[in-house]
Design a protein around this ligand. Structure first.
Ligand code: SF4
Length: 339
């Protein structure tokens, strides 16, 4: 073997060793990528409660106005970008009441849809501050609008703390706008001691939500547990699992109904707060993780107490992007709102 051949063979061996070392150091570039990445949870759907402020005073609220802060738009975008890079596909803006900040909300929706290219952007609101002009302007960046409504009896709504008597009227108006503008309309109901025996069937049929989430009222000690320093005592709204199931039974023919008793709900939501921290509810409390401004997504996720399997089991992934509307069907559908 000549000296040149010897040098070439040595160089080749060095190259192979270097390549192998790289494979172990950077598994993302190998075919075994998914084996390594499977160890990490993927924050596929995140609920961003960017504000705790609300104009309503629901007695069982479990995200109370402990602070009036909201993150700067730059910090919010930084956290959302990190989440998107870690696999987030859906963002849900919640509160407090997100429509107390309509411009901020529209800016973040635009960022999520057009820069991060998320599959789904949704909002949960009490509906009292929503304007049709705002929806029309921002419809392209909004897949789903969910409105909370626990009763079609205004006296019950007032007793709960949901407004001063116009809640159902607002709800019907917003459902109509969503159907007109091609935004998926969703309904959220907290089943509690004041409504567990109410029959809502005829309203659900008219409103036609594509998804109707029914939650069993949930007590979290440091939010609505009535302890010193908490703003709410929701214990008078608590119901047994049997009463919750009785409500579900009354509405069993509603195809859109998705039931969430306490055991399903508690750890299956990824909740991001106004300081860009996940909130861990495993101990019937809300314990914050470190902020996404300070740590990477994996670190914060491991502190979040999020049960990925429970999320999947409660049908956390569903058809969450909006579809184009058919104007004929729409016109027929809209007649139903003339109540
Ligand atoms: S509308 Fe929602 S955020 Fe506001 S008080 Fe009621 S439950 Fe809480």
């Amino acid at each position: 073997m000549t000296e040149v051949s010897y040098i070439l063979i040595s160089l080749f061996v060095c190259y192979v060793i270097h390549a192998l070392l790289n494979i172990y150091k950077h598994p993302k570039h190998t075919n075994s990528n998914h084996v390594f990445e499977k160890k990490n949870k993927i924050p596929i759907s995140v609920n961003f409660h960017f504000t705790r402020k609300c104009n309503y005073e629901c007695g069982f609220c479990f995200h109370t106005a402990k602070s009036s802060d909201i993150p700067t738009i730059e910090n919010a975008k930084q956290a959302l970008r990190k989440l998107s890079e870690s696999g987030m596909k859906k963002i849900n803006f919640a509160g407090g009441e997100p429509f107390l900040y309509p411009k901020y909300l529209a800016d973040l929706m635009n960022f999520c849809k057009n820069e991060l290219k998320l599959e789904s952007v949704s909002i949960v609101s009490n509906g009292s501050k929503i304007k049709r002009t705002w929806l029309q302007k921002n419809r392209d960046n909004l897949d789903i609008l969910a409105i909370s409504c626990d009763s079609f009896n205004e006296e019950t709504n007032i007793e709960i703390g949901r407004g001063l008597g116009q809640h159902t009227e607002n709800l019907y108006e917003i459902a109509k706008w969503c159907h007109q503008l091609g935004i998926k309309f969703k309904l959220n109901t907290v089943v509690n001691s004041l409504n567990w025996d109410e029959d809502m069937n005829k309203h659900i049929e008219i409103l036609a939500p594509f998804r109707w989430k029914c939650f069993q009222v949930l007590i979290l000690e440091n939010e609505n547990g009535g302890l010193e320093g908490t703003l709410r005592d929701a214990r008078r709204f608590e119901i047994s699992k049997e009463k919750f199931e009785a409500f579900v039974k009354t509405h069993e023919n509603q195809k859109s109904l998705v039931k969430e008793p306490n055991d399903v709900m508690k750890n299956s939501y990824l909740i991001l707060d106004e300081k860009l921290r996940f909130l861990n509810c495993t101990e019937s409390n809300k314990v914050p993780s470190e902020s996404l401004l300070d740590v990477d997504v994996d670190t914060a996720l491991h502190q979040a107490g999020w049960d990925e399997n429970a999320f999947l089991q409660r049908q956390g992934i569903y058809n969450w992007s909006k579809t184009p509307t058919n104007s004929c069907t729409e016109a027929n559908d809209l007649k139903k709102f003339d109540w």
